[in-house]
Design a protein around this ligand. Sequence first.
Ligand code: NAD
Length: 317
Amino acid sequence: MSIKLNSGHEMPLVGFGCWKLENKIAADQVYDAIKTGYRLFDEAQDYGNEKEVGDGIKHAIDDGLTSREELFITSKLWNSYHDPKNVELALDRILSDLKLEYLDLFLIHFPIAQKFVSFDEKYPPGFYCGDGGNFHFENIPLLDTWHAMEKLVEKGKVKSIGISNFNGSLIYDLLRGAKIPPAVLQIEHHPYLQQERLIEWVQSQGIAVTAYSSFGPLSFVELENKKAIDAPKLFEHDTIKRIAANHGKTCAQVLLRWSTQRNIAVIPKSSKQERAIENLEVNKFNLTDDDIKEIKKLDKGLRFNDPWDWNHIPVFI
Ligand code: NAD
């Protein structure tokens, strides 16, 4: 199953997330995921594993498991490269690491322009802005970065472009000046952070939505995120457990299906083969209206990936 993007391309509804995929096993994991049937891989410069993921993709193509045309590869422009003169430079580094000629989807990772850091100084730079742990920013309006992204589509280096971690007013403003509208918005989305109005409005604008961190706190506990540690785990939540038991499915499948049933793509990461299969097979059942009403009651506006927590950056306040 796939979503037809406003760029004319098709994006699979279920993909494989590459954040925190360990470098030493990433190539094999990606190879195995392709063997299992995954065709969408969600990458980012910031994940620091694009070379290894690229090795896995190349190995699978060389072995005839898939072809480049069958795959849908996403990556994301990191905050340090928002200056229009650095956007293509950043993409070229991504393509070289992934060993690809083009990306299917290139997203602005966050609506935040950190100070440029050269590849030689640190790659990927993460929050490093050239001065220890101190943040420094560049005065680059998002529309300038966006126009540089549009040029990459014109050059054929990227099929579709999109955004991640943008709020409604930033998207509203971007659409005022964009020549190519964003094809996709990727956001944190789980029962504790449902963002119903944002999703409804974005989809009404013809922009597809991809959910990340579909299992809520789970992914952030290992990062010692206090909000995640304190939150009740969704896999142990009575509502999710009851719905899963009623359908003879796992809690993970209920959480993923809750998104895909509303045409929201999901990109769970799993290093375990049986879970990767379980996650890929989520579209074989339907939640009932009552299930969806029950899940709606779990919304707490609880966000785990918030730039406010990095350095009081006010994206979501
Ligand atoms: P996730 O919600 O996919 O959770 C991952 C965790 O769930 C892992 O610990 C994994 O072992 C476990 N898991 C996976 N499948 C399971 C199953 N069937 N049963 C039990 N446990 C299971 O979290 P995530 O990694 O935060 O998000 C998924 C992807 O989204 C990332 O890999 C990345 O590609 C993307 N992402 C994007 C952003 C962004 O800023 N755009 C931020 C975070 C994540």
